[in-house]
Write a protein that binds this ligand. Structure first.
Ligand code: PLP
Length: 425
């Protein structure tokens, strides 16, 4: 009928306008946003960033790799050659197979034996998280993560308006696996558990082999996928053999997510995931819908650098220098912090986690620190999966972005601020 009407140019009756299911969040000018934006308020980290934007701040806050250690000249030469040699390197293209092969070789260092076809290239680890969330998480579904956690996974999950099931984490030993088991035994069925195995952000901790084995056992028993974020997995500072990644222990239930952001340069936006094979095709469709193509210039740059053979030496330089900076921070903390303040000793990653006496609020302290001593850190409450009260008296310090001398000066200033607020009035 509709077809016939169209043929004779008679307008079809307009379908009724559906009424929105519920009131959408609206800006002051009347612009209606998607419902999913409701849960996506301001990130606690944004507030910190505003304080950091003040001129002259000595920042131990943001988790930046040291830009003076970027292999920028080799990267520039590599990109230059690729572009000069072949204009097709600027074309829409398939993911770089040769880069996948290089990554598969590197994965051996993380205990993983895989074929290049199993490597799925992404725009950083962040995109890998986002794709996996789209793949696994339904709107209002359940996800499980530690209560102090990398803000990026929280932001990814929040778009699904999820039930976030949190588990505690200890700055010395990491995720509380008994708490994971308890959720599962009581019937929770999360779409995934997100875990950072090495150099946790924000806690700095790496988890024991025993915990790794128990986590994959739970994943198998309850058919719960684990998203393993191994962004810091290549950055261990104390020598000795590194523990296998979770993916090495169970390739079926663990989706591995890696990145060159911390080991080469974040602007190249090169990350990868290794997922069980049935998921790879679906990831590919999701990625295409999101950005069509990998940021292939970045991928070429990483590939050229890996091919040049400089990566192992570069990694060694990073480990030595970041290890030195970590030690400088630990020594400065020992020297400048008053009794009652505790911190951990990370074996990898970028961060030291500090606990102030219970009555102190690190967010208040940050304002005082910026005003009086121009030094900044991230308060623990800005790095919580839900709420923030459990980490109110905690803070995160980054030891990679400044020189050892600047770290010493920053900790000295922070010590003065803390002693000031702890002094009896
Ligand atoms: C734990 C963790 N995962 C992922 C990321 C994002 O990494 P990428 O730059 O590869 O997207 C970060 C960045 O700080 C991080 O700390």
């Amino acid at each position: 009928m509709i077809e016939a009407m169209t043929k004779f140019n008679i307008p079809a009756p307009s379908p009724p306008v559906p009424t929105p299911a519920k009131e959408a969040p609206t800006l002051s000018n009347g612009l209606r946003l998607a419902h999913a934006m409701e849960g996506l308020g301001r990130s606690g980290l944004r507030d910190v960033m505003e304080l950091l934007a003040r001129p002259g701040i000595l920042s131990l806050a943001v988790g930046l790799p040291a830009s003076e250690l970027f292999p920028h000249e080799l990267i520039a030469q590599g990109i230059g050659r690729r572009l000069a040699n072949d204009p097709k390197n600027l074309q829409y293209t398939l993911p770089l197979r040769d880069l996948k092969a290089r990554i598969a070789e590197l994965m051996v260092l993380r205990g993983v034996s895989c074929r290049p076809e199993q490597i799925f290239l992404t725009s950083g680890c962040q995109q890998a998280m986002d794709l996996h969330a789209h793949l696994l998480l339904d709107p209002k579904g359940q996800v499980m993560m530690e209560s102090s956690i990398y803000d990026g996974i929280r932001m990814v999950a929040l778009r699904f308006d999820p039930q976030i099931l949190t588990v505690p984490s200890d700055p010395e030993t990491g995720i509380d696996v008994d708490a994971v088991a308890s959720w599962l035994e009581r019937g929770a069925r999360p779409a995934f558990l997100y875990v950072i195995t090495e150099g946790h952000n924000p806690l700095g901790v790496s988890i024991s082999l025993e915990k790794r084995l128990r986590l994959v056992e739970l994943a198998r028993q309850y058919r719960m996928p684990i998203l393993e974020d191994d962004t810091y997995g290549f950055l261990r500072y104390d020598g000795g053999p590194s523990l296998p990644s979770l993916h090495a222990l169970d390739p079926e239930w663990v989706c591995y997510m890696g990145s060159f952001s911390k080991t080469i340069a974040p602007a190249l936006r090169t990350g990868w995931t290794i997922a069980p094979e049935p998921l790879l095709q679906r990831l590919s469709v999701l990625k295409h819908a999101s950005d069509i193509d990998a940021p292939s210039i970045g991928h070429h740059a990483v590939h050229a650098f890996l091919e040049s053979g400089h990566f192992p030496r570069h990694l060694e330089t990073l480990r030595t220098e970041y290890g030195r900076r970590r030690d400088a921070m630990l020594a400065a903390l020992e020297q400048h912090m008053p009794a009652g303040v505790r911190w951990n000793r990370p074996t990898g990653g970028f961060f030291v986690w500090m606990e102030l006496p219970r009555h102190l609020d690190a967010a208040d302290l940050l304002r005082v620190a910026v005003e009086t001593e121009q030094v900044a850190f991230v308060p623990g409450s800005a790095l919580c999966a839900v709420g923030g009260s459990h980490a109110r008296n905690c803070l995160r310090l980054c030891f990679t972005s400044c020189s050892a001398e600047t770290i010493e000066e920053g900790v000295r200033r922070l010590g003065r601020v803390i002693k000031g607020v702890m002094a009896p009035i």
